[in-house]
Ligand binder design. Structure first.
Ligand code: SF4
Ligand code: SF4
Length: 105
């Protein structure tokens, strides 16, 4: 019987890179605050927080609080029903060993 082996055994962490994104928020489109916050909740990297300043319609849009942590996963953009948030890749960075859960023995 063959034993399944995690591909992580074959990774060279020093050669791994991860995308770095820039987040663009169109505050005037946002319906954030108690009624939404989907982008804030769904961001796995905790890049966003709710602003304390409301937009012209009285909603509280997200603000970027962790510039450089965005991995361009796209969840914020995908789940925003108001087309108020966009991401694009601006570069890549090395993956640090502490960012990977090493489970293979
Ligand atoms: S998902 Fe869209 S509408 Fe909701 S808080 Fe984020 S930017 Fe605003
Ligand atoms: S693309 Fe992903 S990591 Fe970047 S801000 Fe949106 S949800 Fe967070």
């Amino acid at each position: 019987m063959s034993q399944e082996v995690s591909p992580i055994r074959y990774w060279n962490i020093e050669q791994c890179t991860i995308p770095v994104g820039r987040v663009t928020i169109i505050a005037g489109f946002c319906k954030g605050g108690e009624d939404c916050d989907d982008c804030i909740r769904l961001c796995p990297e905790k890049v966003l927080e709710r602003s304390t300043v409301s937009n012209e319609r009285g909603y509280l849009p997200p603000v970027v609080v962790a510039e450089g942590k965005c991995t361009v996963c796209g969840r914020c953009q995908l789940y925003c029903s108001e087309n108020a948030i966009f991401v694009h890749k601006v570069g890549e960075r090395a993956v640090h060993a502490h960012e990977i859960a090493l489970t293979a023995k």
